[in-house]
Ligand binder design. Structure first.
Ligand code: NAP
Length: 290
């Protein structure tokens, strides 16, 4: 982490949970002069300014991005292409541009479609931090402390741009690692996207049962912990599933096969199979879990 790191003018498109938390964290670290916000809704931006998260805003994204040294795209995955097209005229040879999208290959493809060649200043990134809440009101400066941020530079990313984005996240207290975009999408499909599918499917299955009131009334701590992420924003998860379709369907297939084997073991009264599975899982959780 460079002690003299400084961003003169930062533009954040999408001042919600992630964009708002990034703005708060950088402000707290004292390493940014001016933060300009942008999104679709004037009132959301007004609120972000009133909270002190951003200094100024424009609903015209191109205007917001003009003269920015660093542009952060913190909008839902499905909106990235539209936003890139809107700010394209503001991107110069020296602009550093990054995003926070939860799947990386999709963002890179959208950038390539819009720009025709990937800008040297483009550093795709993904903070592995979040909550089930949305919007600037839910943002807080400590969100990224001790959390990982994965950057997935493309073949022609300028190392100086990667260093700026690495420094930016380190000043938010994050630990930055570099990964290939395809590998990122496979890892995140397994560790984040699959668990969200399980939580959504479980809650939806139970919510459609006749005795759902009783089921939820008796739900204890374990159920609450496991299903908390089913409160996450449906639009955001719609976008993530469709953007990371290939890796997510692959890991879902593996999981469905394993679940079917578990069901078959229960049906045939195969206690050995069950104990072996649970012991393996417990050992792995005890070894890798925090
Ligand atoms: P959020 O709280 O809902 O914020 C999204 C922001 O994007 C809002 O400020 C919204 O403002 C703006 N926006 C939405 N559609 C837009 C459009 N078409 N054009 C311009 N602005 C638009 O969502 P978030 O949780 O911060 O997620 C943002 C990104 O971070 C997503 O790509 C997500 O994959 C990624 N991410 C999320 C998490 C998490 O746990 N939440 C973790 C890591 C990464 P307006 O309504 O005013 O337009």
């Amino acid at each position: 982490m460079s002690a003299d790191f400084h961003i003169r003018r930062l533009c954040i498109i999408g001042v919600g949970l992630i964009g708002g938390s990034l703005a708060r964290a950088l402000r707290k670290a004292g390493c940014v002069d001016t933060i300009i916000g942008s999104s679709r809704d004037h009132q959301h931006l007004q609120r972000a300014q009133a909270l002190g998260v951003i200094d100024d805003y424009h609903t015209d994204m191109r205007q917001a991005a003009t003269h920015a040294d660093v542009i952060v795209l913190a909008v839902p995955m499905g909106a990235m292409g539209k936003v890139m097209a809107a700010i394209k005229p503001a991107i110069t040879a020296t602009t550093v541009i990054t995003d926070v999208g939860s799947a990386k290959q999709g963002v890179i493809t959208q950038m390539l479609t819009v720009m025709e060649t990937l800008p040297a200043g483009f550093v795709p990134a993904h903070p592995i931090a979040g909550t089930e809440k949305s919007g600037v009101e839910a943002s807080f400066a400590e969100l990224f402390e001790q959390r990982r941020v994965i950057i997935t530079p493309h073949a022609h990313t300028d190392p100086r741009a990667s260093a700026i984005i690495t420094n930016m996240w380190q000043h938010c207290g994050a630990k930055v690692t570099t990964m290939d975009a395809k590998h990122h999408d496979e890892v995140l499909a397994a560790t984040s996207h699959l668990p969200h599918m399980l939580a959504y499917a479980l809650v939806d299955t139970l919510a459609r049962m006749n005795d759902r009131r009783e089921i939820f009334a008796y739900a204890a701590g374990g159920f609450r912990d496991f299903t908390r992420i089913a409160s996450s924003d449906p639009q955001m998860w719609h976008d993530i599933c469709l953007t990371n379709r290939e890796a997510l369907t692959q890991i879902l297939n593996i999981y469905i096969t394993d679940l079917q084997q578990l069901r078959a073991a229960i049906e045939r009264n195969d206690g050995e199979y069950l104990k072996a599975t649970f012991n393996r899982a417990k050992a792995a959780r005890d070894q890798y879990g925090e």
